[in-house]
Each structure stands twice: as structure tokens, then as C-alpha cells.
Design a binder for this molecule. Structure first.
Ligand SMILES: O=C(O)COP(=O)(O)O
Ligand SMILES: [Mg+2]
Length: 216
């Protein structure tokens, strides 16, 4: 029994900190800031793509030297960015219930490993997940199924479930041929109809029952 979670927009609402880091980078380039809503829409495909989207939105295009500078600066800012991040209500209780029921727990995020480790430590979660893979852990990142497969492989055999908030997560689960539980309150860009999912939930207290149905 294996359950793997996405991080940003699924377990934690990290967009306020990501926006803060992003706007510090923009300010250092003399560029105008972005909104929280814009920031949310840029999250999901890892830090490289995030910075490209950020630069395009603020400056109207990508200039290679500036993009490189912004990337380096963003990673530095990102590592410190957890003071305004909140755990979604019910996450810790749901994970505790699942663990007590014998589910083995992993994390598969496109967030780079350094800020991932930093935010896990911030919440006292450094030992919560048996395996943690970030967007820079493997040559491939989500929606490639490789990172999800790699996490699952470390968690033994048996049924598997992936839990995420975005189109990227849905594509990853589909490519990995793993059932997908969609948390509807994260950073998805489109309607539920457009995101293939096995089950959807808005309240974390619903997840243990969803997992139980999977193995019934
Ligand atoms: O950093 C990102 O782009 C997305 O992170 P996530 O995969 O945890 O949603
Ligand atoms: Mg996410």
C-alpha cells in the first residue's frame, strides 16, 4: 500500500512565499512585480520553467543572460521562502491516519530539492516521507512518469495512489498508470472535467476513505 504526494498546492499553500521570492528577483532586475494569482499559474513545471514564465509576464520576453541571473537569484530566495507558507487544513491528520493504516508514504514534487528540504524541515516533516524526489533529482521531471515510478519503487509492492493538485500531476499519474486523487483547492488552471482523475477531494479528511476504496 503506497501513497505518493505532490507538494506545492497539495500539502502546502506555498504560493505567497513563491510570489515573495519571485518579486524579490524582479525587483533586483528593475522589473515590475507579479500578483499572487499570476504566481500560482506559473507553478507546476519546476523552477526553470517558473522563472521563464515569470520573466515573460513581467518583462514581455526572455533574455538569456537575464534569465540565467534570475534563475540563480530565485533559487537563493526560494530556499528561505517558507514564512508565509501554510499546511492545508487536515493534511497532517490524514497522513497520520494513512500511516496508521499501513500506507507507505512518499513525496514527488517538481520543486527543486534544496527548497523542498528547507520547507519540510520548517514544518518538522524531514522524516515524514520515506522517499522524497524533487524536480532536479532525476534527468526527467513530472509529467514524465520516471520520478513517480522511482518513488513508488522504493515503497515496496501493492496498490499505489498519487495525490496532486495540477494538470501536470494528472498527466504524470496517467503516464505512470497509477490512480490519481485530485486535491481541488490547489493551483490547477482548468476545470475538473479537463483534468483526468480517479477521485477528487476538497477536504483532506476525505482522503483516507478514498485510499480505502482503492484497495477494497
Ligand atoms: O515547483 C513546482 O513547479 C511545482 O511543485 P509541485 O510539483 O510540488 O506542485
Ligand atoms: Mg502541485
Amino acid at each position: 500500500m503506497r501513497i505518493v504526494f505532490d507538494l506545492d498546492g497539495t500539502l502546502i499553500d506555498s504560493a505567497p512565499d513563491i510570489a515573495h521570492a519571485a518579486n524579490a528577483v524582479l525587483q533586483s532586475e528593475g522589473l515590475p512585480p507579479v500578483t499572487l494569482a499570476q504566481t500560482r499559474s506559473f507553478v507546476g513545471n519546476g523552477a526553470r520553467v517558473f522563472v521563464e514564465r515569470l520573466e515573460r509576464a513581467s518583462a514581455g520576453g526572455n533574455a538569456p543572460d537575464r534569465t540565467a541571473r534570475m534563475r540563480a537569484r530565485f533559487i537563493t530566495e526560494y530556499e528561505r521562502a517558507h514564512g508565509h507558507t501554510a499546511i492545508y487544513p487536515g493534511v497532517e491528520a490524514a497522513i497520520a491516519t494513512l500511516r496508521a493504516q499501513g500506507w507507505r508514504i512518499g513525496l514527488c514534487t517538481n520543486k527543486p530539492m534544496v527548497p523542498t528540504r528547507a520547507v519540510l524541515a520548517h514544518f518538522g516533516w524531514s522524516d515524514l516521507f520515506e522517499t522524497v524526489l524533487g524536480g532536479d533529482s532525476l534527468p526527467q521531471m513530472k509529467p514524465d512518469p520516471a520520478p513517480l515510478h522511482a518513488v513508488l519503487q522504493t515503497l515496496g509492492d501493492g496498490p499505489a495512489l498519487y495525490v496532486g493538485d495540477s494538470e501536470v500531476d494528472a498527466l504524470t499519474a496517467q503516464a505512470a498508470d497509477v490512480p490519481f486523487a485530485l486535491f481541488t483547492e490547489g493551483y490547477r488552471k482548468t476545470g475538473l472535467d479537463a483534468i483526468p482523475h480517479t477521485e477528487a477531494f476538497a477536504d483532506w479528511s476525505a482522503l483516507p476513505a478514498i485510499a480505502a476504496r482503492l484497495i477494497a
